[in-house]
Write a protein of this length. Sequence first.
Length: 360
Amino acid sequence: MNFDFSDEQKELQAQANRFLTDKCPATVPRTILESDAPYARELWEGIAEMGFLGTAIPEEYGGVGFGYLELCLIAQEMGRAVVPVPFSSSVYLAAEAILLAGTEEQKQNYLPKLASGEIIGTLALAEGFGTDTNDLSTSFDGSVINGTKNPVVDGDIADIAIVVTNSGLAIVDLNGDGVQREAVETVDPTRSHASITFSNAAAEGLGDDILDTLLSRAAILFAFEQVGGADACLAMSKSYSVERYAFGRAIGSFQALKHKMADIYVKNELARSNAYFGAMVLTENAPELPVAAAAARVSATDAYHFASKENIQIHGGIGFTWEFDAQFYYRRSKLLALAIGGPLTWKEKLVCALETEVTA
């Protein structure tokens, strides 16, 4: 049995790597970090032209129709480049929710626009830190929504939101009446957030409640993005430790730094193996999804946080400066760790999923 990606899939990943290396050097996220621009619009348009937004969207809905294995590899390259665009919001969450639960009319209406980048989508889930999804106050009566979601990633730039309410999911036009948005500051300004208030905002229901499935599927894609970021941190650390000399020798020759990079490598490989298993489960829509998603999410979150932190440490004094690029990865690791629920939430999901498997 072959547990690796095919040559064609690896070539697609290499194509994404070349494109992002060229179009998203460190100057791109830095420009967003140091300006008022919410995202890199030109980069977003380029990603759309490459077809990456429609990787897993079927051709009949305007997508490329490759599949989730290909999307996982592209997500890894997005993480490696720390892209300052709403890729995860539109692709992992909004498009996936409509694919899972949308009517034929909703799929025909929204998916081609999401695949082309004509519109940006997001998921409006949180109602403040620590809010239980079983205790949401946002209401939906079948036609309008009332309530506040905070924070919503890319909520200030998105055109539509998949809103999680106390009576299921609904699609809302964020440019319509009854929607107020206010920008929210986070640890990673290269991915903008907003507080969104709905006051009798028109909405359309989105099929059955597929939130748990949606988050599990997204967790695997986020895991690949986190693995990509963690790999970039290790590469930065290795490159600097070879070039930087102290006491007449490369600092990479010192035992303490070898241990740090070895520890990063071990965590990265554990996260990668869990992500690979998750990719297989995601592609086959296998019943192991809850376990695979939680395991990938937990290990990738841990690996990215550790790699981004140790990358700063290995760079010493320069690593803590504003001018150095290590901050992009540390900020993004913190942001992604909370994107669809924090580490504790996913550890609890993993334990519950394993208990269910044992007792089944």
